[in-house]
Ligand binder design. Structure first.
Ligand code: FES
Length: 67
């Protein structure tokens, strides 16, 4: 599924970049040598970044709480 239709960037490609530590919409597009265009994908990509951050923090807390 395309998230950024202007640049033809797919959800799975974006997830890999987020997993590798890229944290902003602009940086993600720049990773693929693209620039922001219409901006319609910004909210979706920011949600993906936030979801990844929440999951990562949750996993970290589980490690801290483990005996
Ligand atoms: S859909 Fe991503 S910049 Fe337009």
């Amino acid at each position: 599924m395309f998230i950024c239709n202007c640049n033809g960037v797919r959800e799975k490609e974006i997830q890999k970049v987020i997993h590798n530590g890229v944290k902003t919409w602009e940086q993600i597009l720049a990773h693929f040598d693209y620039e922001p265009c219409c901006g319609r994908c910004e909210d979706d990509i920011n949600c993906m970044i936030e979801d990844h951050s929440l999951v990562s923090n949750s996993v970290s807390l589980e490690k801290i709480a483990a005996p």
